[in-house]
Design a protein around this ligand. Structure first.
Ligand SMILES: Nc1ncnc2c1ncn2[C@@H]1O[C@H](COP(=O)(O)OP(=O)(O)OP(=O)(O)O)[C@@H](O)[C@H]1O
Ligand SMILES: [Mg+2]
Length: 249
């Protein structure tokens, strides 16, 4: 596949909820390997845009392409199999399982073994080995046998990223991975994101621009469902419309 094919392309995307236009004629062109920061105030439509990219919600109109392929009509699991992975703004984990088991379940979801529902997970030890390796990569290796309900919020957020990375995504969507973290935890998660292999295209939502700006190569600013500014990090920072949305002047 040509390198010029964008990892993710969005054309004329609209989402109307009742009378509210949550996404308004959004066009995005995200090249392979990009680190795209999606910013915008509360309610700007950032999560709604992610939900449409993953197929969790159906657009009112418009098109979504992954590596040149129109995925607009595909189910979320079909998009996942094409290499799309995400984290959610609200943590979705199995609290009564160990963190190791949560990652192993994530791996199982991607493997052909998912059809073999009667095979006890305990016997799928290679999945646990792989899950352990992934947990070590996010600094949670030593606590892999803790229950999700026993670990701290910041650790859960790292676990969520581990779960997404376990799918070896080609395109990874991260919805506010730094939200609610302490300064120390932010640094850890930022390092984790900075070390994601360049083959993975990363789209990161954050509504505080300063927090995630140094992770970004390109930035899209959304406001009331519309793309207001879109370009390189430097272009977006210096654009007067960015100041206007953030500072109101
Ligand atoms: N399922 C839904 N039904 C109706 N309205 C919705 C639905 N989901 C989102 N909205 C509305 O769409 C708009 C965009 O919401 P969205 O969650 O995408 O914003 P966001 O940019 O992610 O905000 P935040 O920074 O607070 O996470 C909001 O006005 C929200 O209330
Ligand atoms: Mg959101």
């Amino acid at each position: 596949m040509s390198h010029a094919t964008p990892a993710l392309e969005i054309v004329g995307l609209n989402k109307v909820f009742g009378g509210l236009r949550a996404t308004q004629d959004v066009n995005l062109h995200i090249v392979q390997g990009d680190r795209r920061l999606l910013i915008g105030p509360n309610g700007a439509g950032k999560t709604t845009l992610f939900n449409q990219i993953t197929g969790d919600i159906i657009p009112t109109s418009g098109q979504i392409k992954l590596f040149g392929q129109d995925v607009s009509k595909l189910r979320p699991d079909q998009r996942a199999h094409l290499g799309l992975s995400r984290t959610y703004q609200i943590i979705t984990l199995f609290p009564k399982n160990t963190i190791l088991h949560n990652v192993a379940l994530g791996l199982l979801g991607l493997s052909n073994e998912r059809w073999n529902l009667f095979r006890p997970m305990a016997r799928a030890s290679h999945l646990h080995d792989e899950a352990q390796t992934i947990l070590e990569s996010v600094g949670l290796g030593a606590m892999s046998n803790k229950l999700v309900s026993q670990i701290a919020y910041g650790e859960k957020r790292r676990l969520e990223i581990a779960l997404a990375l376990a799918q070896k995504p080609k395109v990874l969507l991260l919805d506010e991975p730094l939200a609610g973290l302490s300064t120390q935890e932010r640094l850890t998660v930022k390092n984790l994101i900075a070390n994601i292999p360049k083959e993975t295209t990363v789209v990161l939502i954050e509504h505080d621009m300063d927090t995630a700006l140094d992770l970004a190569e390109s930035v899209t600013l959304l406001h009331y469902g519309k793309v207001i500014v879109d370009g390189t990090r430097e272009d977006v920072i210096s654009d007067p419309r960015t100041r206007e949305v953030y500072l109101g002047h």
